[in-house]
Design a protein around this ligand. Structure first.
Ligand code: ATP
Ligand code: MG
Ligand code: MG
Ligand code: MG
Length: 562
């Protein structure tokens, strides 16, 4: 590919809104451009790296017998109403009407679509188990699109779905998917952990998220320094159960481990209590009161709204002080409209709890004009101690460490949630109609690309692992006006192309400094520079990642590269 003919607009300055390295570098190096908030175009070299990730995903899926298909992005609302998700998915689901007023969702995920297809087309146990996948643009109206490709409103996802005749069979498919995911992320060169995740409203049994370790990750994971134990911190055990202020122990279902509660349990409890009309809850962590959720009226954009909740993170020495703060109606996360949705309160609570347990709110708040205890009552408080770094791992091996993670993949045993509601049944070997057992498995393809850049860059640009790089070789003709340089570069270009090497050839009439800087920014693994020594048939080779540099005779180049 000749660079003079390609659209690779590089920038010297960082885009104003780009806070993290992957966002900055992918824009600056001409891989992506933003069209609107959370919506990006992939330019030619961006398309190439995306294709590399896709190819790895396809190979690993086909290896375990999942086959590719392509489903529509427009999904009729009727299907989403069958499962109830037309309501529960909330405002993240983008909705449109056709000219007849029929409602559609822009595909945020495809459980409903695939289940409607399989219930029509699969009738017998002989056709099971069945796994299919697609790589397709997804739409989610994220509340906070940010960080470039990491949280888009339109993004590329690989989503796979499995249909099994029994839970045992689902277990086997799940294990294969788990392996395939591990392979995908290994081949992408990523440092990641598979963590126990929250099955939330789907009510499934097992679920794991694949987390790329990164400071910019929005999730926090707790993992053992010596064993394989790793959990999203919302699933890490809470050490002490909590009590009402009158000391009556609260009855809660056990989800994660027999004798320990998880933050998700606590959050679900909170969500329900708040819906029942509870005004506020105080959490007491190691003798400090750290959080409240308060119900009340709030003004949002000059509009008075009723029944909103403020979640507050406070770090205070005494209950009295906490009461004052609640009275001040100060909110760090709210207000959030949760009048009809328990899930949202629960999520809010989890976010707050996670922040608290990770010390995200250490600076504290200052108040004036406080009217203690005015519009609130402290109904109960929880006495909790969260898992901490250095604690023994719940599996008994090693000590707990915290890390931030980017969720790049998610595997999920769905069970019968969708198949039951949508009546997807098959005839078992006794001829009896039986509900299918399902799983779903997602990889954020475009997010994975950004996660790779988070782990592979230096101060000059991207340092792609070879498997993902848009090209293997970046060939620079330093001064194409010089006949001997142009000639040698042309010869090398043709030789490499003929040998099937992916080469980007910088044949532009630009200054050497510009070419070197762009080359470092793009991050192609190997740079071959044809410069002053062209007349002797000598070129310079430089490895982008290590910085190692050699002179080579022109005859040695092909051997060196292949
Ligand atoms: P998150 O917790 O980051 O919002 P999610 O749990 O909502 O993600 P899933 O429904 O599990 O996402 O979707 C499967 C995968 O799709 C995720 O693991 C992630 O890699 C990717 N993904 C989800 N939302 C986005 C987004 N807004 N932008 C880019 N990738 C995304
Ligand atoms: Mg999400
Ligand atoms: Mg998630
Ligand atoms: Mg997820």
């Amino acid at each position: 590919m000749k660079q003079s003919q390609m659209l690779i607009p590089t920038l010297k300055e960082n885009p104003a809104d780009a806070e993290i390295m992957s966002h900055q570098l992918l824009v600056r190096a001409g891989y992506i451009r933003q069209l609107a908030s959370g919506i990006y175009s992939f330019l030619p070299i961006g398309r190439r790296v995306l294709s590399k990730v896709e190819a790895i995903v396809r190979e690993e899926m086909e290896k375990i017998g999942a086959h590719e298909m392509l489903m529509p992005a427009l999904e009729p609302s009727e299907l989403w109403k069958e499962t109830g998700r037309w309501t529960t998915f909330g405002s993240e689901l983008m909705r449109i009407n056709d000219r007849h007023g029929r409602e559609f969702a822009l595909g945020a995920t495809h459980e409903e679509v695939i289940t409607s297809m399989v219930r029509n087309e699969v009738k017998s146990y002989k056709q099971l188990p069945l796994s299919v996948y697609q790589i397709q643009t997804k739409f989610r109206d994220e509340a906070r699109p940010r960080f470039g490709l990491l949280r888009g409103r339109e993004f590329l996802m690989k989503d796979a779905y499995s249909f099994n005749e029994s839970y045992e069979s689902l277990d086997r498919t799940y294990e294969q998917m788990f392996e395939a995911y591990s392979n995908v992320f290994k081949r992408c060169g990523l440092n990641f952990r598979a963590v126990i995740a929250d099955s939330g409203a789907m009510g499934g049994k097992d679920t794991h998220e694949f987390m790329v370790l990164s400071e910019v990750g929005e999730d926090v994971i707790a993992y053992s320094d010596t064993s394989r134990y790793a959990a999203n911190i919302e699933m890490a055990p809470v050490k002490r159960t909590y009590t009402k202020s009158d000391e009556t122990p609260l009855e809660m279902e056990k989800v994660h481990t027999p004798d320990q509660k998880t933050m998700r349990d606590v959050a679900d409890f909170l969500g329900h209590e708040l819906q029942k009309g509870l005004k506020s809850i105080l959490f007491k962590v190691d003798e400090k009161f750290v959080m409240t959720i308060t119900r009340g009226d709030h003004e949002v954009n000059d509009v008075k709204l009723k029944n909103l909740y403020d979640a507050e993170l406070i770090d205070l020495a005494s209950e009295a002080e906490a009461r004052e703060v609640i009275g001040a109606g100060f909110g760090s996360l709210g207000p959030v409209d949760v009048s009809e949705d328990v899930e949202v309160v629960a999520d809010l609570a989890v976010e707050a709890l996670v922040n608290v347990s990770c010390g995200a709110n250490e600076e504290g708040y200052h108040f004036t004009n406080v009217t203690p205890g005015k519009d609130f009552q402290v109904s109960q408080y929880a006495d909790l101690r969260f898992i901490e770094e250095g604690d023994p791992s719940p599996d008994g091996e090693g000590k707990i460490q915290f890390a931030r993670g980017i969720e790049v993949g998610h595997v999920f045993k769905l069970g019968e949630f969708y198949s039951e509601r949508m009546k997807a049944t098959f005839l078992n070997d006794q001829g009896k109609a039986t509900t299918m057992i399902m799983g779903s498995y997602g990889i954020g393809v475009s997010r994975t690309l950004a996660a790779i850049v988070e782990q592979y860059h230096d101060e000059r640009g991207i340092t792609w692992p070879a498997n993902i790089a848009p090209y293997q070789v970046h060939l620079l003709s330093l001064n194409p006006k010089k006949e001997d340089q142009k000639e040698l570069a042309d010869v090398l270009y043709n030789t490499l192309i003929e040998a099937g090497v992916e080469v980007l050839y910088d044949d532009r009439k630009e200054r050497a400094g510009v070419k070197f800087a762009d080359s470092d920014l793009f991050g192609v693994p190997l740079r071959i520079t044809v410069g002053k020594r062209a007349s002797e048939g000598v070129v310079e080779v430089k490895e982008r990642m290590s910085g190692n540099q050699y002179d080579l005779e022109q005859e040695e180049v092909l051997n060196y590269v292949t």
